[in-house]
Design a binder for this molecule. Structure first.
Ligand code: FE2
Length: 350
């Protein structure tokens, strides 16, 4: 049996279609006449694989094939659960699920419609305190976000920004005023104010989950991308909160705030496109209604960043965008962590 299994793995590495292996594994199930509801789920699961190679799949198929022969009476719905510990299909692609990481992460994508900004809430539900972070909160939606956090019984510990935004005022200052103990985070390179400054390689822990900091300047001088951790108990696939460095089918402008098209191109290619292709891309904005992409999808379909560097620079230099209407309000406020109004009030005589 194992010789067949290893042959399967070998054939897989040689590029045979994933669906062939799915069918062979399904064949094993049929031969044993053990098709129940669980098996039907398993069948649907297997045939949903694409041909995009994943190194662990040959071994999973081998394992399944072997297991079915050796244990014909095993409840296959349980086997499916075992499968889902490692791999599960979402849409047309494969999303790898770290069993513990996926079950412990609470994730919400929140939207602020005026600036089309996404705020992300992440929390470690397996930790007794349910510690949470907010990425790129907006001043106008702070009450909504805090109400959700309260409803879910989470403890917000960090309010963090991917960069100094020019199109909205960050909510971090307001949040700090409403929930004492919350710390604001921004990159050291941004030269703005915050409680915690981060650099490339830093890890921001909330419970036992963490976000890794990747330096992705180019849209602004201090842009960072926060990426969920790489490890057995971390969410899988990984999730990248790219700010404005990489948008879905686009990227942030490079003509203000120390922007550089050369730097942005380098940042995206070296820090984001080097992540696993199934990494989910969650940008700071979307103006067309998209909510999520993947690294692999943007490597194939991003109309700017699939070009060579010279073509990319030419595109960015000829966008002819209007002057950002919020920049004169938002940037000074965001340079002080959105605390501008609060600082002003504090300095007034009472
Ligand atoms: Fe921005």
């Amino acid at each position: 049996m194992w010789s067949w299994d290893f042959a399967t793995a070998h054939d897989f590495r040689r590029g045979r279609r994933r669906s062939e292996f799915a069918e062979r594994t399904i064949g094993s199930c049929r031969e044993n006449r053990r098709w129940g509801r669980g098996n039907e789920d398993l069948r649907r699961f297997l045939v949903s694989f694409t041909d995009d190679p994943s190194p662990s799949l040959p071994f999973i198929f081998s394992f399944t094939h072997h297991f079915i022969y050796k244990n014909p009476n095993f409840p296959f719905s349980l086997l499916l659960q075992l499968f889902l510990c490692f791999e599960a299909p979402i849409g047309n692609g494969i999303i790898l699920l770290g069993f513990e990481g996926s079950s412990r992460l609470l994730f919400r994508q929140l939207f602020e419609k005026e600036s089309a900004t996404y705020t992300y809430l992440l929390a470690d539900l397996a930790h007794p305190e349910k510690p949470a972070v907010l990425v790129d909160p907006v001043d106008k939606t702070v009450d909504r976000d805090l109400s959700l956090i309260k409803d879910l019984g989470l403890k917000l510990i960090y309010a963090m920004n991917t960069h100094v935004h020019a199109d909205h005022v960050t909510g971090t200052g307001l949040i700090k005023g409403k929930i004492p103990g919350v710390k604001s985070i921004i990159s050291k390179a941004s030269n703005s104010k915050a409680d915690v400054f981060v650099e490339a390689g830093d890890k921001i822990y909330f419970g036992d989950l963490f976000l890794e900091v990747r330096s992705t300047p180019g849209h602004t001088v201090g842009c960072v991308t926060y990426v969920t951790g790489d490890g057995p108990d971390q969410p899988c696939p990984r999730m990248a909160f790219t700010g404005d460095a990489l948008l879905i089918r686009g990227c942030g402008r490079t003509d203000f705030q120390g922007g550089s098209s050369h730097q942005l191109y380098k940042s995206v290619h070296s820090q984001i496109f080097t992540l696993p292709k199934d990494t989910l891309v969650y940008p700071a904005h979307d103006y067309r209604g998209f909510t999520v992409s993947t690294v692999g999808e943007e490597m194939l379909c991003n109309p700017r960043l699939t070009k060579d560097e010279e073509s990319f620079k030419a595109i960015m230099e000829n966008l002819n965008l209007p002057y950002p209407k919020m920049i004169d309000v938002a940037v000074p406020a965001n340079m002080v962590c959105g605390l501008q109004d609060l600082i002003g009030r504090q300095t007034e005589p009472v």
